[in-house]
Write a protein that binds this ligand. Structure first.
Ligand SMILES: [Zn+2]
Length: 241
């Protein structure tokens, strides 16, 4: 990596190639490592994925930055299922020396259940145009007034889906420069298309405004190979310079 951007922490969500390779395989992590990434986000698609984490434990050790994306098949309420899960997540967080957990706020029924697990840096994520809440600046101004110990992962793809001018994303960045702990980045046509295909430089440009770890969430097609992963990484990196 270039000297002038050596502090940049950037990598992939580990599930971006799920259409052609098992995310919970050493081969998948090694493929992602071909791009010289120094960061990774472990994306739990389901709470049942917990048992698969040990398969990739060794191969993710050397990343400088590690975040954990919590699954969307829980309702995050005060019951045994959730507490058993969060206890295991906190143990895992400590064991891999993770930097942050991120959860979709629209599925959390009770934010206070996370208070017991105070050894983790906790973040919510802004939602896309298909969701009915947690999309706009005003939603988060209200949220952070109550939940002061929570942080934000600013998903620039989701921001774009709500406001393609990126004025909304820029407003988030100027209002919450310290709350934002990480960016999610990918192209937006319908979901999470690779930026080397969509060429939406306005999305990448927002990640230059403040220096935060960047996790790429562009989803690759079954017909794609690891070449596409490398292409995506280089496209984003070159445009971050
Ligand atoms: Zn997410």
């Amino acid at each position: 990596m270039d000297k002038n951007i050596r502090e940049l922490l950037i990598g992939f969500s580990h599930g971006v190639c799920h259409k052609f390779i098992d995310p919970f395989s050493v081969e998948n992590i090694n493929n992602l490592k071909n791009s010289k990434i120094n960061a990774i986000e472990i994306h739990l698609h389901s709470y049942k994925d917990l048992s698969k984490l040990k398969i990739i434990n060794e191969s993710i050790k050397d990343f400088k930055y590690k975040s954990i994306h919590l699954p969307c098949d829980l309702k995050y309420e005060d019951d045994d299922l959730n507490h058993n899960f969060l206890k295991k997540i906190q143990d895992y967080y400590i064991s891999i020396n993770a930097n942050l957990i991120v959860v979709h706020p629209d599925i959390v029924l009770d934010f206070s259940i996370f208070d017991k697990y105070n050894l983790m840096i906790k973040a919510v994520e802004n939602m896309d145009n298909k969701k009915s809440s947690f999309k706009y600046l005003e939603d988060f101004k209200m949220f952070f007034e109550t939940y002061k110990n929570w942080n934000l992962v600013l998903d620039l793809n989701h921001s774009y889906s709500n406001d393609p001018s990126m004025d909304s994303a820029k407003a988030f960045i100027s209002i919450f420069p310290d709350k934002i702990k990480q960016f999610h980045i990918s192209g937006f046509e319908y979901l999470h298309e690779p930026l080397f295909k969509t060429k939406q430089l306005e999305i990448i440009n927002c990640a230059k405004i403040i220096d935060k770890p960047i996790i790429i969430e562009s989803e690759f097609e079954a017909s794609d190979s690891t070449d596409a992963v490398l292409k995506e990484f280089n496209f984003i990196l070159n445009n971050l310079r």
